[in-house]
Design a protein around this ligand. Structure first.
Ligand code: ZN
Length: 102
């Protein structure tokens, strides 16, 4: 996997497409693949989050009860009774590393 910026890529595709059009050519799939290949790789910072407990989790995930915790990064709710999880070290949905620091 090579992370790229989707917004930058869209702008590059539009620019490449316009340049091809000015040359009287069509911007085809093979051209789009080249644009993707030339898109710069971005550095990803590790996501960090924390578990939000009841009742604060209500603001994130709606009508939950005290059996739920919510990821501060993506808002995914987890039923800690059902999952029998003490606490995940990472959010299973977004991959954020969980810490006790807020
Ligand atoms: Zn998450």
């Amino acid at each position: 996997m090579r992370p790229i910026n989707a917004e930058t890529l869209k702008a590059s595709m539009m620019l490449d497409g316009l340049n091809m059009m000015l040359l009287g050519k069509k911007y085809e799939l093979s051209d789009a693949m080249k644009t993707v290949d030339h898109a710069p790789t971005i550095a990803l910072e590790p996501k960090k989050g924390h578990w939000i407990e009841y009742p604060e989790c209500l603001a994130y995930a709606g009508a939950l009860d005290s059996n739920y915790i919510v990821c501060s990064k993506c808002g995914a709710p987890f039923n800690i009774m059902k999952n029998e999880a003490e606490r995940f070290d990472f959010c299973p949905v977004c991959g954020a590393r969980m810490s006790d620091e807020i």
